[in-house]
Design a protein around this ligand. Structure first.
Ligand code: ADP
Length: 487
C-alpha cells in the first residue's frame, strides 16, 4: 500500500485534499444530502433542495489516511522580496514542523524567530482545511498529522486587459496565479456543507484522471465546472478563488498558472461583426498557453445564460445571426480545449432552474450555490465586524477575547439553536449579531458584505466607536434593506 507521501508525490493535488481510503466525497448519496448541492456526471442541472427534504445524515466520522495520519495542507506564502526557491522554503518549513510538537488547527503558525532563513523569506505559514476532519473545535495533534507543505509566491500584477480594435471593451482579462488580488478570497467565502472542499476534490480527481491518461471511452469525465444560483451568492468569486487555490496546491506539477476571464457580455455587444474574430483570437491565445505542458489554465465564463439568450434570440430572428455564430464558435472552441489535460473551464449562471444552453450539458461538476443560511449570514457579519474592530472603527465587545467574536457553531455547542436568544450563556453582542443575521434572511452574500458600511453611515455619531450601538444600527439597516430591496 502507498504511504501518504507516495500518494502526495503521485498526485500533487490529492495530497492537498486529504482523501481518506473510503472517500465520502465520491459518494453521491452523501453529497445530495445537504445544501448546496453538487451532482456529478448527471445531465440535468441540480435543483436546490425543497424545504421539506429530510434532514441530512450526519457527516461520516473522519478516517485517518495511511499510518493513521491525516494529510493536512500547510500553505506557505513567500515575501514579495524573497528570491528563495520554493522547494527550499518547502523543505525548511517541513523541517521546522517536524521539530515542533504543535496541534493542528486552521490558522497561522508562528515563524520561529531564530530560523533566519524562514524569517527572511516567509510572509506567513497557514494550516488549512483541518475542520474537514475534526468537528466541535477539536484539534489534531502533531503525531496524528502528516503536513503537506505548499510554498508559493503571489504575483503582484493586476489583470492584463487587452483592448479590442477601436478601443472597444476587452473580450477577456488575464491573471497570473496565484495573484495578490485573490489572496484570502477563498477563506472569505463562507458556505455550509463543505461546498468548497468538494469543488477542490472534484478538480483534483479530474486533473488526476487526465494526468493518468484514463481512457475517456471507458470512464467519462471532463474539467468543466458550473456554479449556478441567485445573483450575489459568490459564484464568480468562488470560481476565481478555486483557481487560485488549485494554482497553489498544484504548483509542483504545474509551476505556471493563468486565469482567463472571458467577458461574455462584450462578445455579444454591439460589435457583433468583430465577435467571431475576438473568439478566435481569444482561443488561439488559450491554445498557445495550454500547449505548454507546465501551464495550468483556468478559463472563466461568467453568466453563461447570456450565451443561451443570444442563441435563442438568433433562432427567433430577433438578433443578427452573427450571435449564433459566436455561440457556436465558443462551443466548438471549448470542445477543442477539452482534450487538453491542463485546462479547467469554470462557468457561472444566475439561472437556478434548467439552463437551456448547449454547453451546460457538457459540465460534469454542477453545484447549486444558494442564498446564505442563518449560520452563514452570522459568519459573514461576524467577519465584517471583526474587520471593523481590527481597524479601530468600532471598539471590541466587553468580555470578548481580543478581536474574535464567538463563531455560530461554538454558540450552538453551548445551547440549542432556538434557545440562543433566551439564555445568559450567550453574550448580548452575540445575540445582537444573531438578530442582525436573522433580519437579513433573503439578502445575498453580496448585500451582507455591504451592510456594515451602510450601518456605519446610518450612525448619528460616526466617531462613536460604541459596538453595541453599531450592532443596533446594523439590525435596523438590515430590516430597511430587506424591505426596500427584497432579493
Ligand atoms: P455572483 O457571481 O454569485 O453574482 P459574486 O461572486 O459577484 O456573486 O459575489 C460578490 C461578493 O459577495 C463576493 O465577492 C463576496 O464578497 C460576497 N459574497 C457572496 N456570497 C458570499 C458568501 N457565501 N460568503 C462570503 N461572501 C460572499
Amino acid at each position: 500500500m502507498s504511504t501518504p507521501m507516495e500518494i502526495a508525490e503521485q498526485n500533487p493535488m490529492l495530497d492537498a485534499t486529504i482523501h481518506p481510503p473510503h472517500d465520502a466525497s465520491m459518494d453521491l448519496s452523501h453529497q445530495i444530502s445537504t445544501q448546496p448541492t453538487i451532482i456529478a456526471e448527471q445531465l440535468n442541472v441540480a435543483e436546490p433542495l425543497a424545504a421539506t427534504d429530510p434532514p441530512p445524515p450526519p457527516p461520516p466520522a473522519p478516517t485517518p489516511l495511511h499510518d493513521n495520519k491525516f494529510l493536512v495542507s500547510v500553505e506557505v506564502c513567500l515575501k514579495p522580496s524573497s528570491t528563495a526557491r520554493l522547494e527550499d522554503v518547502q523543505r525548511a518549513v517541513e523541517r521546522m514542523l517536524e521539530n515542533r510538537s504543535m496541534s493542528y488547527v486552521d490558522g497561522l503558525v508562528l515563524i520561529p524567530p531564530h530560523d533566519l532563513f524562514l524569517v527572511e523569506n516567509v510572509q506567513r505559514i497557514c494550516i488549512c482545511d483541518t475542520e474537514e476532519w475534526v468537528k466541535n473545535n477539536d484539534v489534531l495533534l502533531f503525531w496524528q498529522v502528516k503536513p503537506v507543505v505548499h510554498a508559493f509566491q503571489l504575483t503582484e500584477e493586476g489583470p492584463c486587459e487587452e483592448l479590442g480594435p477601436d478601443g472597444q471593451p476587452s473580450s477577456f482579462n488575464e491573471w497570473i496565479l496565484p495573484a495578490k488580488e485573490f489572496d484570502g478570497l477563498w477563506e472569505s467565502l463562507i458556505y455550509e456543507s463543505g461546498l468548497k472542499q468538494r469543488l477542490l476534490r472534484y478538480a483534483a480527481s479530474a486533473l488526476l484522471f487526465t494526468q493518468k491518461g484514463v481512457n475517456p471511452n471507458l470512464v467519462s469525465w471532463n474539467r468543466i465546472v458550473l456554479l449556478h444560483g441567485p445573483p450575489g451568492t459568490g459564484k464568480t468569486s468562488l470560481c476565481k478563488a478555486l483557481a487560485q487555490k488549485l494554482s497553489i496546491r498544484c504548483n509542483s506539477r504545474y509551476p505556471h498558472c493563468q486565469l482567463i476571464e472571458v467577458n461574455a457580455h462584450s462578445l455579444f455587444s454591439k460589435w457583433f461583426s468583430e465577435s467571431g474574430k475576438l473568439v478566435a483570437k481569444l482561443f488561439q491565445k488559450i491554445q498557445e498557453m495550454v500547449e505548454e505542458d507546465n501551464n495550468l489554465v483556468f478559463v472563466l465564463i461568467d453568466e453563461v445564460e447570456s450565451l443561451a439568450a443570444a442563441r435563442k434570440a438568433a433562432l427567433s430572428g430577433s438578433e443578427p445571426s452573427d450571435s449564433i455564430r459566436v455561440v457556436n464558435a465558443l462551443l466548438t472552441q471549448m470542445d477543442k480545449l477539452k482534450s487538453a489535460p491542463n485546462v479547467i473551464i469554470l462557468t457561472t449562471s444566475n439561472i437556478t432552474t434548467a439552463i437551456d444552453v448547449a454547453f451546460v450539458d457538457r459540465a460534469d461538476i454542477k453545484a447549486y450555490v444558494g442564498p446564505p443560511t442563518l449560520h452563514v449570514r452570522y459568519e459573514i457579519l461576524r467577519s465584517c465586524v471583526e474587520e471593523l474592530i481590527s481597524k479601530g472603527i468600532i471598539s471590541s465587545f466587553q468580555g470578548c477575547d481580543g478581536l474574535s467574536i464567538p463563531s455560530f457553531s461554538s454558540l450552538k455547542e453551548k445551547v440549542n439553536a432556538n434557545e440562543l436568544h433566551d439564555t445568559d450563556t450567550v453574550p448580548l453582542f452575540c445575540k445582537q449579531l444573531i438578530e442582525a443575521a436573522e433580519s437579513c434572511e433573503g439578502l445575498s452574500g453580496r448585500s451582507l458584505r455591504k451592510l456594515p458600511f451602510l450601518a456605519h453611515a446610518a450612525l448619528a455619531d460616526p466617531h462613536s466607536r460604541d459596538a453595541s450601538n453599531f450592532l443596533c444600527a446594523m439590525i435596523e439597516t438590515a430590516k430597511r434593506e430587506k424591505s426596500e430591496h427584497p432579493e
